[in-house]
Design a protein around this ligand. Structure first.
Ligand code: GLA
Length: 397
């Protein structure tokens, strides 16, 4: 649940802009931290994220007509758009997430009208913790409640995903949207991105904590590098199909088959494929480790994931590597890796509960010394999926 102070800040802004808070509904949508399974989602593979206690909070109500009037506390900026003429807003990139979802709902034939809303919350923006998907999910749920659309959560995830891919323009997978909409409190979420089969894996042990370290270095994910990786994976599939005509995604390729035919791929493309194939295996092993509360093994798999992302997939950065190395030096760290798209953003660490304060102090000091930047380091327990905070029944089954 969001802090009272944050709700107050949002309510005051809402009142200031829109006059009063009558008929307002309140929603929260968590960010996510991916424990393991990076860049596998758009390869139809496996992921194991959890929803974070850091979340986007939205106050919204219906507005007569077809205008959307919004304010973002993160950017200290307002903006608006017309539902009958939606087009991307280069001046106000944050609005595109709300616009994208609106567009996606309209495209799917849902009857929606105007909205006025204030967005706040504490998911760090651009840190690889899925603030954008959380904003999309919050708006999708707001429309669903305000216009009584009764959309199932799986469908909402698809609509938000479409917004991100086709409106915002990032050729991503569905991990972020599914995690925010379907994760469960006290559990990580195993997701098969092909079938959308998902299963909460209980993660409530008092022995370890998930610690997130934000490097404070930002990279825009829409950057060509993400798209380049998507293309390289597609290229790997295209070339491997000469020998394996039945495959459609790297998900379908085993380690053994990749070894057998991988020599024919360009070297970089081979390494990209090797990351995806090995990462999918690591996710399945991580699920077993988490189910058996074998945190040493889970930590080792996280370490392996980072090495693979660094060497084979090449999406790490100097700061991410430094943060991981510093974490590895602290006793009580079981695993450390970059989380999210990479090139900047945050790391996720599995740390013995008794060592948390020491971890924060040591990593923070080392990082500051080496970079001059003060990292944000925080613990998150697996949080509940997005939903209403107050103002009505949850009509999204
Ligand atoms: C971003 C995308 C996700 C996923 C990750 C990498 O967060 O939005 O769909 O591809 O990068 O795992």
């Amino acid at each position: 649940m969001p802090e009272q102070a944050e709700l107050k800040r949002i309510a005051e802004k809402f009142q200031e802009i829109f006059g009063d808070c009558d008929g307002v509904i309140w929603l929260r949508a968590p960010g996510r931290v991916n424990l393991i399974g990076e860049h596998t989602d758009y390869n139809d593979g496996f992921v194991l994220p959890m929803a974070t206690q850091q979340e986007i909070v939205l106050a919204a109500r219906q507005r007569k007509g077809f205008q959307a009037r919004l304010y973002s506390l993160h950017y200290a900026k307002g903006g608006q758009f017309d539902l009958k003429g939606i087009s991307s807003d280069a001046e106000n990139p944050w609005i595109n997430y709300a616009q994208g979802v609106t567009w996606s709902l309209l495209e799917a034939g849902y009857e929606i009208g105007g909205i006025e809303a204030v967005v706040g919350g504490d998911v760090p923006i651009g840190a690889g913790l899925s603030s954008s998907a959380a904003v999309e999910v919050a708006f999708a749920l707001a429309f669903s409640h305000l216009y009584d659309l009764k959309i199932k959560r799986e469908e909402l995830a698809r609509l938000c995903h479409r917004a991100e891919r086709e409106f915002v323009g990032l050729p991503c997978g569905m991990m972020d949207q599914v995690s925010s909409l379907l994760a469960e409190e006290g559990a990580a979420l195993f997701l098969d991105c092909r079938s959308l089969y998902y299963k909460p894996i209980p993660f409530e042990s008092e022995a370890v904590r998930v610690v997130i370290c934000d490097t404070q270095v930002r990279r825009e994910l829409t950057h060509s590098a993400y798209q380049e990786r998507v293309q390289e994976c597609n290229e790997a599939v295209r070339l491997l199909r000469r020998h394996l005509p039945q495959i459609t995604h790297l998900r379908d390729v085993s380690g053994e088959k990749l070894e057998k035919f991988g020599g024919e791929l360009p070297e970089a493309v081979y390494r990209r494929a090797r990351h995806i194939v090995s990462e999918n295996e690591r996710v399945l092993r991580a699920v077993e480790a988490l189910e058996g509360e074998d945190f040493e093994e889970l930590g080792r798999l996280m370490d392996g994931s980072h090495q693979s992302l660094k060497r084979d997939y090449e999406v790490s950065s100097r700061e991410l590597d430094l943060m991981v190395d510093l974490a590895r030096e602290v006793s009580g760290t079981l695993g450390a890796r970059l989380t999210g798209g990479g090139f900047g953003g945050a790391t996720v660490n599995l740390v013995a509960s008794s060592e948390i304060e020491n971890f924060k102090r040591e990593v923070s000091r080392g990082y500051k010394e080496a970079t001059g930047l003060s990292p944000a380091i925080f613990v998150s327990r697996p949080a509940a999926r997005a939903g209403l905070i107050s103002g009505g029944e949850d009509s999204s089954p």
